[in-house]
Every structure is written in structure tokens, then in C-alpha cells.
Design a protein around this ligand. Structure first.
Ligand SMILES: [Zn+2]
Length: 186
């Protein structure tokens, strides 16, 4: 897909004095879901928070608050994706009592409630858990007790939405509103 993403010298100089990204993305570290590449975006356009499993801990929350309070970002997108390894790992903990070395086990702990939430539901359990994980993070950001995020949402200046990215088709669907919105060709 040809892209007109602003990444050249002119753009660098333009934004060297300051940034005004139009959206913040909370998404997975998975190498297949880089937001700038998926959406053909360039320098200074997206404020990105990434970790395996797109959860929001203190570091992520502070980053999001900075984007909103200091940079005036009006939109936060929490994006999960098909076949997420972090959610798979959380599911393995629940289903098989799996354990993981290093800090991986602690990292996926916040995803376990999403896996538990969809137990017994219809359809693909992994897919359901991936979507539930996004919904939970969206809810977390919508109901945070800090005025940094609450006030702009109450004033209609900030929206928090969930999205699901399909690896095979390149489709991005918002969690509840748009049933099928193709964003990538091929
Ligand atoms: Zn993932």
C-alpha cells in the first residue's frame, strides 16, 4: 500500500519544536501490529504505548495521562489482535496451570481476569479472551478515578475506544460500533 506518511526532513523540522499527536494507541508489542505501519502514519502522529498483551499498568497509565494532559490527545485506542501470545499464555495459566519463567508470569497476571470472564461463553475462547482483555482496559481508562482522564472524557474532549485487529485480513474493527471496517489492502 503506497503511503504518504510524513517521515522526511521537512516533517522532522516541523515537529522538532513540539508534538501534537492526534491519537494514543495502547497495543501489543507483537511485531505484526505496529500502528504506524498498519495505518501508514508518520512522525508526530501517533502516541504509542506498547507491551505484550496491551495492558495498562502504572507506567502505561502515566504515559497515557501525559499524552492527554500535556499533548492534548483527543482519542485513545486500545487495540488487541488475533492470536495474541500474551493472552494465550494467560489462558494456559487458567486452563493448564501453566507457569512462565522470569517476569512473564507476573506480566500476564492482569490478563487472567479477562480469560476467566469468558469461560463458558460461546465461540473461540482465545478470541473471546482477547476481546474481553481490550474491553477491560477500555473500562479501566473510562472509569479511572483520576481527573486527568476523567475530566476531559466528561467534557467530551476525550474518547476511549477498543479495537480488534485481524492478522489474516488486515481488518480493524472497533469493539462495538463498526462491524467490519477494512483498513489495509493486502
Ligand atoms: Zn499480542
Amino acid at each position: 500500500m503506497p503511503t504518504a506518511a510524513p517521515v522526511g526532513r521537512e516533517r522532522r523540522l516541523e515537529i522538532a519544536q513540539g508534538q501534537a499527536p492526534f491519537a494514543a494507541y495502547v497495543t501489543c508489542s507483537d511485531s505484526r501490529v505496529s500502528p504506524e505501519i498498519l495505518f501508514g502514519r508518520g512522525l508526530g502522529e501517533l502516541f504509542i504505548i506498547r507491551n505484550a498483551g496491551n495492558t495498562v499498568d502504572t507506567v502505561a497509565l502515566g504515559s497515557i495521562e501525559y499524552a492527554v494532559a500535556e499533548l492534548g490527545v483527543p482519542l485513545i485506542v486500545v487495540m488487541g489482535h488475533e492470536s495474541c501470545g500474551a493472552v494465550k499464555a494467560a489462558k494456559a495459566v487458567v486452563d493448564d496451570n501453566a507457569t512462565f519463567p522470569g517476569s512473564i508470569g507476573r506480566m500476564i497476571e492482569p490478563i487472567i481476569p479477562a480469560v476467566l470472564e469468558v469461560r463458558g461463553s460461546e465461540g473461540d475462547m482465545l478470541d473471546n479472551a482477547i476481546r474481553a482483555n481490550v474491553s477491560r482496559v477500555v473500562k479501566q481508562l473510562r472509569t479511572t478515578t483520576d481527573p486527568l482522564l476523567l475530566d476531559p472524557q466528561a467534557a467530551g474532549k476525550l474518547k476511549v475506544v477498543g479495537a480488534h485487529y485481524d492478522l489474516d485480513t488486515g481488518c480493524l474493527r472497533t469493539a462495538s460500533l463498526v462491524p467490519h471496517s477494512r483498513i489495509l489492502a493486502g
